[in-house]
Design a binder for this molecule. Structure first.
Ligand SMILES: [Zn+2]
Length: 406
């Protein structure tokens, strides 16, 4: 047997074990120490020690559990304490930032949406820090102990080092040290993740893919991208974690994409491209009910659902193009769940069968036979995605250990 006495290694084990115990209490509580020992596969003495530390800092509390039908003394169960621990969850999107205080259960205490110009007199980072400060000032009276900051945004991100290489919509963002700047400014750890990846984590922790270990989540919005979870872990979590299906070529003769290539999926399936195509087709055909109303994603979906041929054809086209890429992903990842997050979900009755047909015809039957395409539970707005980053940091022990150390 190799005895590894390096302190770094021991710390890592302690962190992992504490995170695992906290996760079990959070997901199953109230739960007894005996059950924890069995489920975490840790010795009762280790459970006692970890639980004592969690109790001391008020991250968990004891409660009585009366087994149904039992007449004996109630057992002592453990459950998490979340209300006195807050974090800031921030989402940066096109022309807007959302800021929320949430407690450790994920519940929003307050959430605000603030316009954020795509360019300003001051650099992006300075403007952002000011907005964060102003938010804390406005909500000072509601703020409990601040534990962390979670930020989700579109762009090319080095999540490990908290650096944003570049962002769509905000041209002045180049190699922005977002994590270290906010960490130095506030004194709490900062977690940064691509918004689609974080949303994928949120669905697996709190939403539609809860309980699944292998998940593909495709987002079709202004941008097109995917998050992939394999064996319970986000693919590429440490680096640029987006699975860039949006920049996979589907039409070699297609439009030029901002990434530099031609005919990327995003140039065909993003909501902006879809509306552009609809506009173009409307110019060539008079027989669509879309002529009578302003063109939007909603009106396009509604027309398709009412049987409008032009609208149906466009939505089916998106389903087929995305479905082709999904079929390849099914063969690569053999997922239990495929989720679609998109405003086009409004026409799911047309979109999903088109995708499912492609998947069934173009991927390995053994993998795709039972696959269904489902909608995400959350939409592409608000700060729920950031909640997943904090939950994940509690469960893997990295944030938990900092809170235990005070
Ligand atoms: Zn592209």
């Amino acid at each position: 047997m190799v005895v590894d006495s390096q302190p770094g290694h021991i710390d890592q084990i302690k962190q992992t074990n504490a995170g695992a115990v906290y996760r079990l209490i959070d997901q199953l509580g109230p739960v007894s120490r005996i059950d924890l020992s069995r489920l975490a596969q840790l010795a009762p003495a280790s459970i006692t020690k970890i639980v004592r530390e969690l109790l001391e800092v008020h991250l968990v509390q004891e409660t009585e559990i009366q087994e149904p039908g039992s007449r004996g003394r109630p057992a002592i169960g453990l459950q998490v304490e979340t209300e006195a621990w807050h974090y800031l969850s921030v989402r940066i999107s096109r022309g807007e930032i959302s800021l929320a205080l949430r407690d450790l259960s994920g519940k929003a205490v307050v959430e605000e949406n603030i316009p954020f110009a795509q360019s300003g007199n001051e650099p992006f980072l300075e403007r952002l820090v000011k907005e964060v400060d102003a938010f804390f000032t406005r909500n000072q009276s509601r703020l409990e102990r601040l534990t962390a900051i979670a930020i989700t945004l579109p762009g090319i991100i080095d999540t490990e080092n908290g650096i944003v290489h570049s962002m769509p919509f905000y041209a002045d963002v180049k190699e922005m040290p977002l994590g270290s700047t906010l960490e130095n400014h506030t004194g709490v750890p900062v977690y940064i993740q691509h918004d689609i990846s974080a949303w994928t984590m949120a669905e697996s922790l709190f939403g539609a893919s809860r309980g699944a270990r292998d998940i593909i989540q495709v987002v079709i919005d202004h941008n097109v991208g995917a998050g992939v979870i394999t064996d319970g872990r986000l693919l590429h979590a440490g680096s640029s974690s987006l699975v860039e299906i949006g920049h996979t070529q589907v039409d070699p003769w297609g439009k030029r994409c901002y990434c530099g290539n031609h005919g990327c999926l995003e140039t065909i399936a993003s909501t902006d491209s879809v509306l552009e195509l609809a506009q173009q087709r409307l110019g060539q055909s008079m027989s669509s009910m879309l002529h009578d109303q302003p063109l939007s994603v909603e009106s396009l979906c509604d027309a398709a659902l009412k049987g409008d041929l032009l609208a149906k054809d466009i939505i089916t086209g998106v389903g087929t193009n995305v479905g082709r890429i999904l079929a390849i992903m099914v063969n690569l990842f053999n997922p239990q769940k495929i989720l679609i997050g998109s405003p086009l979900n409004r026409a799911a009755a047309i979109l999903y069968p088109a995708m499912t047909n492609c998947i069934h015809q173009q991927s390995l039957p053994a993998y795709s036979r039972h696959i269904r395409v489902e909608s995400t539970q959350f939409n592409n707005r608000g700060t729920m995605a950031g909640a997943a980053l904090v939950k994940d940091a509690m469960y893997n022990g990295s944030l938990l250990i900092r809170l235990l150390q005070g």
